[in-house]
Unconditional design. Structure first.
Length: 219
């Protein structure tokens, strides 16, 4: 299956992408991984991206599109892939379509994860991360540490990342509405979009997603 996963920040997109890719035996292709891989391998596109990042500028679509289309031509993506974070705007969606058409293939579906805005703010603004190890993540409502402000794993201090503050989250949601939602309309016109609620336990959301995509758990 060739799938694009879309959803606002805080929808749990990365987590769902991992589970779905595993269930469907297809590679999970995330923009974050693409950037990290190209930069660490020192590819031409990686060097270009790094220059923009160092200059505090947005990486142009052409660079991101180049990384994504290179990745989709690797052997493990021949029978399918799950895209996460790409395309993130209309220009990228159109470039992806052009690339797929050139390869004689097409998307099977676009999975749209839906979360109410207030829930997004609650999810993200409540996150507390350990200063010693950013993989130690807690939540002030959903996953409280035994002692407030202290990491259960290593005793490190917990803090709210600046990116997770309520103001920043509202801005990120704004950007999502403005830049990414138009691609949902674009794909809806191609009858590709299935929308599911991203509320509830992770495994329930995964099951909902599999059902919406028309595949059984055993796939
Ligand atoms: Zn810790």
């Amino acid at each position: 299956m060739r799938i694009v996963l879309v959803g606002p920040p805080g929808a749990g997109k990365g987590t769902q992408a991992q589970y779905l890719a595993k269930n469907l035996s297809i590679p999970h292709v995330s923009t974050g991984d693409l950037f990290r891989a190209n930069i660490s391998q020192g590819t031409e596109l990686g060097r270009q991206a790094q220059d923009y990042i160092d200059a505090g500028q947005l990486v142009p679509d052409s660079v991101t599109i180049g990384m994504a289309t290179n990745r989709l031509q690797e052997a493990d993506a021949a029978d399918g892939f799950l895209l996460d974070g790409f395309p993130r705007n209309l220009a990228q969606a159109e470039a992806l379509d052009a690339f797929l058409a050139e390869q004689g293939i097409a998307l099977d579906g676009v999975l749209d994860l839906e979360v109410p805005e207030d829930e997004i703010v609650k999810r993200i603004a409540g996150r507390r991360v350990c200063r010693r190890d950013s993989s130690h993540v807690f939540h002030e409502s959903y996953n409280q540490p035994a002692r407030e402000g202290v990491c259960d794993v290593c005793g490190g201090e917990l803090y709210q990342r600046p990116d997770d503050s309520e103001d920043t989250v509202r801005t990120r949601i704004e950007v999502y509405h403005r830049e990414t939602e138009p691609i949902i309309d674009y794909y809806r016109a191609q009858n590709l979009v299935v929308t599911i609620s991203a509320l509830g336990p992770v495994d329930e959301v995964t099951a909902r997603a599999m059902e919406a995509l028309g595949v059984s758990e055993a796939a």
